[in-house]
Design a binder for this molecule. Structure first.
Ligand code: UD1
Length: 333
């Protein structure tokens, strides 16, 4: 079937995608510096799939290290997850974000070019959509600027990839714009484990459920939404992972650069998520309403018709599955 390099393959989305890619018959090579993930994840992926994974602890911006991987393996396609991803931190440390995220992408593309590897799938984000666009966001929504340096790195790498495709008609690139991935693998063996205070909603909720934090701060209840709290398109990480397999198949059959939203197309508010979590898991999530978080938008959800029509992919799992699986994972920690 082929050999796929996953950069950032021990991270939250990378590890779930590694499992799906292996289950679809591909061999997987992972390159990850473990700066935001754990060395045990490789073994956990192997336990779930019953297959071996080649793992390299390297910085993807290290050209010599990447060269060694491409010398040792005939890589058919690359899925690039590695990168810094905290929005707030990117505002405080913009140079670190631009340096790291752009360097890793450029080094990877140069290495691929030297080795004649032409298929590339990129972890982009709904954050490239300016809130000045109407919801649902479609792949054709206007480029009206990003709200933070993290988002700009995604935007810039998308542009680099579009230019690379123009220069080399043999290239096949898929840009995947993720909405809000949550949940965890049903085995309870892999999931999201942020270090320090979680920035994102679901890991915060699961830590409150476990008593690690006393209550959830709900960032604003005066948005123009059904209950005043922010609305997002939460997608189960296992569905998101399956979207990458669909993108791999698309990549092998098409050339050029295509962009797809990966979401469910359904918006849920912060309180919808809290209440569903309480109901399906039988736990209480105490919360307090606080001020809005700077940079947050009221509503974000995807138009998912392009992925459905072109990739033949759609999300299967609902918000209840996401809440159950996230809680099972938290309890295993
Ligand atoms: C954030 C990033 C986005 C990134 C995504 C990764 C921002 C502005 N955007 O999306 O670029 O791709 O994470 O998953 O940070 N909330 C609370 N209390 C909390 C945490 C969150 O009320 O303690 C609310 C937020 O106001 C928002 C919703 O929950 O309405 C989701 O927040 P979060 O999980 O951080 O995701 P985004 O902000 O949508």
């Amino acid at each position: 079937m082929g050999k796929i390099l996953l950069t950032g393959g021990t991270g939250f989305i990378g590890s779930h995608t590694a499992v799906k890619v292996i289950e679809s018959g591909y061999d997987v090579v992972i390159a990850d510096d473990l700066s935001n993930s754990d060395a045990s994840v490789k073994g956990r992926i192997e336990r779930i799939t019953g297959k071996g994974v080649s793992f390299y602890q390297v910085d993807v911006a290290d050209s010599a290290a990447m060269e060694e991987i491409f010398d040792a393996h005939e890589i058919d396609a690359v899925i690039h997850f590695a990168g810094y991803k905290a929005v707030g931190e990117s505002v405080v440390r913009p140079l670190a974000y631009y340096r790291n995220n752009l360097d890793t992408a450029l080094t990877l593309l140069e290495t691929m070019q030297r080795h004649g590897c032409k298929s590339f799938i990129f972890s982009s984000s709904a954050t490239v959509y300016s809130p000045a666009n109407d919801v649902p966001f479609t792949e054709e929504s206007e480029d009206l600027g990003c709200t933070n340096p993290y988002g700009w790195t995604k935007f810039m790498i998308e542009q680099i990839l579009k230019d690379v495709c123009k220069a080399d008609p043999e290239m096949s690139v898929v840009l995947l714009r993720y909405f809000n991935p949550i949940g965890a693998h049903a085995s309870g063996l892999i999931g999201e484990n942020p270090s320090g205070v979680p920035n994102n909603l679901m890991p915060y909720i699961t830590q409150v459920a476990q008593g690690i934090r006393p209550h959830l701060n709900v960032f604003g209840d005066d948005y123009p939404t059904h209950d005043g709290t922010g609305v997002r398109d939460y997608i189960h990480v296992v569905d998101l992972a399956a979207g990458h397999v669909a993108a791999l198949e698309y990549c092998t059959a098409h050339k050029g650069c295509e962009v797809f939203n990966l979401g469910t197309g359904q918006g849920y508010s912060v309180l919808d998520l809290v209440k569903t979590f309480e109901r399906v898991n039988g736990v209480e999530i105490p919360y307090e309403i606080t001020d809005r978080r700077a940079g947050d938008i009221a509503v974000s959800y995807a138009d998912v018709s392009k992925a459905r029509e072109v990739l033949g992919w759609k999300a299967e799992k609902g918000i209840e599955d996401m809440c159950r699986d996230a809680w099972r994972w938290q309890q295993s920690l």
